[in-house]
Design a protein around this ligand. Structure first.
Ligand code: GLU
Length: 475
């Protein structure tokens, strides 16, 4: 797929009234929200524009190197690059190589962990695996004080997940169960399996065997675990293949509390997803996890194939695939796309705090000037102007500074042509009037009744303000 596709039919479809009522009967709520412009990302075309721009800009970045520990990964075309997004209402867009398959590698660890939780519950699962970041590389030969893997997002922990999934089934059925779960999460399209990656993984797996034997020596596995079968199962899970579109839908299923937004299939419980997202947030990006939590502030999981799955809870899932990796094993372009998204949208978990408390306002940094993808086109602008007029009428200078930092134009008018300056002048708020004038707003805007801020100040008897406004108007 060389260019973007919003996955809309190329030609408009003409339906009869009966056909329309037949196709809409199961999705009335969704269609109604779409018609009202109230889907998860109401201004989806703006998001599409941003993703196209980001793809174009980041494509030039050729830093990093493809994983070379097995020839099958070393041989992939390093320049491939896909971004795919799916919202919790099933709005979708993909750009770049979004229909090329890649193997999940470590991204498989997320679903393996969810499956153990669904089957055994967190108490049993966490008798065999910890939930602290290890601070070490993904395949480091290290365990926590209890002799257990640090968490399910690194190799040792994912090998443990494989030991716990459907222990009573034979190998083929266990694999089918995992592959089927990925298919359900990804909207119902079958996932693939890369046999040569699997064979290669298996024949170059000294470290994973060492992890397995060390865990067995420490008594970490449940009694009766067949270590070789467990390791084979782990290599198979890493070798499952998806494309970026499927991975985005799977990420959206996690964003949607375990229910696939395309099929409404409840694959995982919300509780399971909550646990998984917590560990993705703290441990999902190898030994870059802390830095990622700080700068991006969202749950994600990467794999050495160059895949990165990003979850924006209750909003959308994003898959980025580009094979060149940085020193920590994360996709260079994947991380860069996340950075740019968080630069323009207030999706970092703690962006919601920006603008509150001391230090908020002009120059507050982090969240200032970002857009909210949850708002309708114009909604943020309208809310900004209403907020500005209200703050001006109250003389709330802190709030006015905060709105200015969010790019609300200080000279904006409401539907009566009234501006912040009219309202501050009418109410006698000297500091606010001075601030607005020093910010360069028009000193004599005219409202729908022909009135200027000077008229407001005179009418209310604020003589000092009237002088200030008259002086400013003369300059
Ligand atoms: N199959 C890889 C391994 O176990 C997984 C690497 C990864 O994506 O982190 O070494």
């Amino acid at each position: 797929m060389g260019s973007g596709s919003a996955q809309l039919p190329a030609q408009p479809l003409l339906l009869t009234a009966e056909e329309f009522s037949a196709v809409t009967q199961f999705n009335r709520g969704l269609i109604e929200r779409a018609a009202r412009g109230e889907l998860a990302v109401p201004d989806f075309p703006a998001l599409v524009d941003d993703l196209q721009r980001i793809h174009q800009e980041v494509r030039a970045d050729r830093r990093g190197a493809v994983a070379a520990y097995i020839p099958q990964l070393a041989r992939v075309d390093a320049d491939q690059f896909a971004i795919s997004v799916c919202t919790v209402d099933g709005q979708r867009f993909s750009i770049g190589d979004a229909d090329v398959n890649f193997c999940l590698q470590s991204v498989s660890k997320t679903v393996s962990y969810c499956l153990t939780l669904e089957e055994h519950g967190p108490d049993t699962v966490h008798r065999h695996v910890g939930r602290e970041p290890s601070g070490q590389g993904f395949n480091e030969l290290t365990f926590n004080k209890a002799g257990l893997p640090h968490n399910p997002m690194i190799n040792a922990g994912a090998i443990m997940s494989c030991a716990l999934i459907r222990r009573g089934l034979d190998a083929a059925d266990r694999f089918d169960y995992v592959a089927e779960t990925w298919k359900r999460l990804a909207g119902g399209r079958s996932v693939g399996f890369n046999n040569s990656v699997y064979l290669s993984e298996r024949s170059t797996a000294d470290r994973n065997f060492a992890l397995g034997y060390s865990m067995r020596e420490r008594g970490a596995f449940p009694p009766g675990t067949d270590l070789l079968a467990t390791l084979e199962f782990y290599f198979q899970c890493c070798s499952i293949e998806v494309d970026a579109q499927q991975l985005a839908v799977a990420a959206a299923s996690l964003a949607n509390a375990g229910v696939c937004p395309l099929t409404e299939d409840p694959v995982f419980s919300a509780r399971t997803v909550r646990h998984c997202l917590s560990l993705m947030s703290s441990c999902g990006l190898y030994d870059f996890s802390g830095e990622f939590a700080f700068t991006i502030g969202l749950p994600a999981k990467s794999g050495v194939s160059g895949a990165l799955m990003l979850v924006v809870p209750q909003l959308m899932g994003i898959a980025i695939w580009s094979p060149r990796l940085d020193a920590q094993g994360n996709s260079v372009r994947g991380i860069e796309v996340c950075r740019r998204l968080v630069d323009c949208y207030n999706i970092h978990t703690y962006d919601l705090l920006t603008g509150l408390g001391p230090g908020a306002g002009a120059g507050a940094g982090a969240g200032a000037g970002k857009r909210d993808p949850r708002l309708k086109r114009q909604q943020s602008a309208i809310e900004g102007i209403v907020g500005l007029c209200f703050a001006a009428s109250q003389g709330d200078l802190n709030e006015i500074r905060r709105l200015a930092a969010c790019n609300v134009p200080l000279g904006a008018t409401d539907y009566d042509g009234r501006t912040a300056l009219h309202l501050a002048a009418a109410e006698g708020h000297r500091e606010t009037v001075e601030f607005l004038l020093s910010a360069g707003v028009d000193p004599k805007p005219v409202d729908r009744w022909g009135g200027t801020p000077l008229d407001d100040a005179n009418r209310a008897g604020h003589r000092h303000l009237a002088r200030l406004l008259a002086d400013a108007a003369r300059l």
